[in-house]
Design a protein around this ligand. Structure first.
Ligand code: FES
Length: 103
């Protein structure tokens, strides 16, 4: 017997009840941080409670400000590549993220 969802489809094909997203793990400043496939790096950081990860030359905290790739307040280093906008970079399982706060 096949169980169907609200749309009358098998659960794995039911658009009303999509499958849960796969879990991913980033390494942020040497610490494993869990996330969900499809999140941005900024989303994973914020989901882990990190609202800021760099400071201005005047010592003011910065993290996500615009969230659309314009302000460059969210810069991080991803897999050794510096100056990546965390709000625009889709997180991938195993990515290594370094923040300015670590330096
Ligand atoms: S938050 Fe503005 S560029 Fe990322």
């Amino acid at each position: 017997m096949t169980t169907t969802g609200p749309a009358g489809l098998e659960p794995h094909r039911d658009p009303v009840r999509p499958r849960p997203a796969a879990s991913i793990t980033l390494v942020v400043d040497g610490v494993p941080v869990p996330g969900v496939d499809g999140q941005t790096v900024a989303g994973v950081l914020m989901g882990a409670g990190r609202l800021t990860w760099r400071t201005t030359r005047h010592g003011r905290p910065r993290g996500v400000f615009c969230g659309i790739g314009v302000c460059h307040d969210c810069l991080v280093t991803v897999n050794g590549l510096p100056d990546v906008r965390a709000c625009q970079r889709r997180a991938a399982d195993g990515d290594t993220i370094s923040t300015e706060e670590q330096a």
